[in-house]
Design a protein around this ligand. Structure first.
Ligand code: NI
Length: 168
C-alpha cells in the first residue's frame, strides 16, 4: 500500500471504472427489443441474466472485501429481470458501491478484507469480468438474430475509453 495516495492516479483509475460502467449501460440500452431473453445456446444464461450476474458479483465483492460500503446482495445470482430500467438501476448502484469501497480503502491505506494485494486490483478484476461477459452478450444477441452492428457498438464502447473530457 502506498504511504501517500496519488490522487491523480486514483482519480484516473476510478474514472476507468466509471467509463466501464457507462459502456455496460450503453450496451444494455443498445439491446434490441426481445434481446434480453436471447441466449447463445440452450442452457446458456440469457442476456438479462448476464447483466444481473454482473451486478451480483459486484455486490458480493463489496460485501466480502469492504463491508462498510455493502448494500443488499440479490438473493438470486442470475436473476431473469425483464425490465432494462431496473437492471440499469442495479448497475448504477453497484458501480457506486464498488467505487466507494475502492476509494475508501485506498485513501485510508487499508487492504481489502479477503483477497487482492491492492484495492485497485478489485477494479481490474471486475473490468476484466465485465468485458468477458460483454463479449458473451454480443455473441448471444448475434446468435439469436439480434446483432448490434459494429457501427452502433463502436461509439458506445471503444469511443468511451478514448474520449478526452476536454473535447466533450
Ligand atoms: Ni461471470
Amino acid at each position: 500500500m502506498p504511504e501517500a495516495p496519488d490522487h491523480h492516479l486514483l482519480d484516473a483509475l476510478l474514472d476507468s471504472w466509471d467509463r466501464n460502467n457507462t459502456i455496460l449501460l450503453n450496451l444494455l440500452r443498445a439491446v434490441p427489443p426481445g434481446g434480453l431473453d436471447a441466449r447463445a445456446m440452450p442452457g446458456s444464461h440469457t442476456v438479462s441474466e448476464m447483466f444481473t450476474h454482473l451486478h451480483h458479483e459486484r455486490m458480493v465483492s463489496v460485501l466480502e472485501e469492504a463491508p462498510e460500503c455493502a448494500g443488499q446482495v440479490p438473493t438470486q445470482e442470475w436473476l431473469p429481470e425483464p425490465d432494462p430500467n431496473r437492471i440499469a438501476q442495479m448497475l448504477v448502484e453497484s458501480a457506486q458501491r464498488v467505487r466507494d469501497a475502492v476509494r475508501g480503502r485506498v485513501e485510508s491505506s487499508r487492504p481489502l478484507d479477503l483477497h487482492y494485494d491492492h484495492p485497485i486490483l478489485l477494479l481490474q478484476l471486475l473490468i476484466f469480468h465485465e468485458s468477458y461477459h460483454h463479449g458473451q452478450i454480443k455473441l448471444a444477441l448475434k446468435l439469436a438474430g439480434r446483432p448490434i452492428s459494429d457501427d452502433v457498438a463502436g461509439p458506445l464502447t471503444w469511443d468511451v475509453w478514448r474520449r478526452k473530457r476536454s473535447s466533450n
